[in-house]
Design a protein around this ligand. Sequence first.
Ligand code: SAM
Length: 317
Amino acid sequence: MHCLAGDDAVRATNDDASECKRCAVNLGYWQDKFINFFIKAGERKAPEINRGYYARCTAVSLLMEKFLLKAGAEQCQILNFGAGFDTLYWRLKSNGHIVKNFIELDFPNVTAKKCYAIKRNKTLLEQIHSEDGEVKFSPTDLHAANYHLVGVDLRQLSEVQKKLADSEIDWNAPTLLLAECVLVYVEPEHIRSLLSFLSSKLPTAYFINYEQVNMEDRFGQIMLSNLRARGCSLAGVEACRDLASQQQRFLDTGWDGSKTWTMEEVWNALPREDRNRIEKIEFLDENELLQQLFHHYCISVGWKDQGPRLSLSELHL
Ligand code: SAM
């Protein structure tokens, strides 16, 4: 039995994430012409939060671009698990990167809101239209030529498989998979089933996962209790113990290899000129808090490299 209040609280985390992204974008941390179409302005966030979002978005984009470059963007598909109101499809398209297929999955309640926002916005709609096909909407799902948004609970593997088939997934295409702040909310056995299923079907794949880590110390425990206080069940937290557990989860579920970076490492790996620009946007009086946040989030990747060998183990920030 899943607690409904818990699932509702998890769905609400998307509003927080989207508000944070909107805040950082409007302050000039990075560019996103589309986020304002999905979420209204919320409170201004603390500089540490904005900087953390910048580091995460930049690192995910860097790894993604490296994968798309190696595999050839037009041959690739992207699967975004727990996508929320992420705007990646529109950002890629407006920068001229056309991928073969792009599939977003989230709870039906969240995808229904995203479908609604897309349907009534000309700019968003224009980008998913193509000459060779109409856009099909249901209240929770949307299917266009190379963009699919589907409502599904990631814990229901047979439903996930069906929704992926409805979205014309090509199991042989090189595939980039994303999960940003999602797996921590899902029970370990369901994540294992999903990761095993994906690794068994995809010969060439690169999974980028961003989430909490090092949760066993005092700061980690405070972060978890804040989330629990909002009603979120943190079912998947077992993999957040340390970097080794993050990697082991991929290795135990049939992936060829895995790597993990804390956000401290990610920040230090970003080009000096980017960091200088970001440091000038907002003054930080409390560097200690940012360091703590960076230490408690990580990017972990898992790869399958069984197709035309792409040396995916060499991809780095
Ligand atoms: N990935 C987006 C981002 O980074 O902006 C959204 C992150 S939000 C913190 C977590 C998302 O995961 C929510 O949209 C939530 O609905 C989704 N999610 C969590 N558990 C899920 C599940 N079992 N099935 C489908 N979606 C789920």
